[in-house]
Design a protein around this ligand. Structure first.
Ligand SMILES: Cc1cc2nc3c(=O)[nH]c(=O)nc-3n(C[C@H](O)[C@H](O)[C@H](O)COP(=O)(O)OP(=O)(O)OC[C@H]3O[C@@H](n4cnc5c(N)ncnc54)[C@H](O)[C@@H]3O)c2cc1C
Length: 172
């Protein structure tokens, strides 16, 4: 709380007044982990935060967990789950393919979230350069984040399930 008040002490009264509305009773520690390559142990596979916990700066934790779910669907539809039933013998290959397809992308998000957070908190010359870079970008310039939000990057799940006829039954 002291740190918060110190950071905002020179702000206009309206901002200082607004600070009183913040719920300061909850402390959210922020942790991530270094990326790991292997998410598979036997027939178990990690996904979401368990596989790739990341800092919040890109707001991607839940997004990547959802992408995981879509990617696992991509590799299991038509292999583990087919129109004629469930094929458990295909599961081992499916989770390995899922792991291979996804680990590179989520590692990049984990690492980028760290760097992004660092860029928010720099001071001095680094801060000046950061601000110049941000100001120089046009609204339609996605060169730094197209790999994250674009549809064609490595490990991005298909917009529609790839393998099976199930996708054809989903309304467009
Ligand atoms: C304050 C805050 C803001 C966030 N904002 C964003 C955002 O803007 N955008 C974004 O993409 N992400 C955001 N995230 C991150 C996002 O919430 C997580 O990345 C996401 O919830 C991870 O999903 P998950 O399913 O992997 O794990 P979780 O959502 O943590 O789900 C794991 C579940 O397993 C349960 N569980 C644990 N142990 C056991 C057990 N032994 N047996 C049974 N159940 C168990 C837990 O109770 C929990 O329900 C935010 C997170 C926080 C804390």
């Amino acid at each position: 709380m002291d740190e918060l008040e110190a950071a905002y002490k020179d702000c206009v009264p309206a901002v200082q007044e607004a600070l009183k509305n913040l719920a300061t009773g909850i402390r959210w520690p922020m942790y991530d982990r270094d990326p790991i390559e292997n998410w598979v142990a036997g027939r178990m596979v990690l996904m979401g935060d368990a596989a790739h916990p990341m800092l919040q700066y890109l707001a991607q934790g839940a997004c990547q967990a959802l992408e995981d779910a879509a990617a696992l669907q991509d590799v299991s539809n038509g292999t583990v789950f087919t129109a004629d039933g469930v094929h458990p013998e295909a599961w081992d290959a499916a989770i390995k393919e899922f792991n291979t397809n996804r680990a590179g992308r989520t590692a990049r998000v984990q690492r980028t979230a760290r760097v992004w957070g660092e860029s928010w908190h720099v001071s001095g010359l680094a801060r000046t350069l950061r601000n110049l870079l941000f100001k120089s970008r046009k609204d339609n310039d996605f060169q730094y984040n197209d790999w994250l939000y674009g549809q064609d990057g490595d490990g991005v799940p298909a917009v529609r399930a790839a393998h099976s006829g199930l996708a054809d039954k989903v309304p467009a």
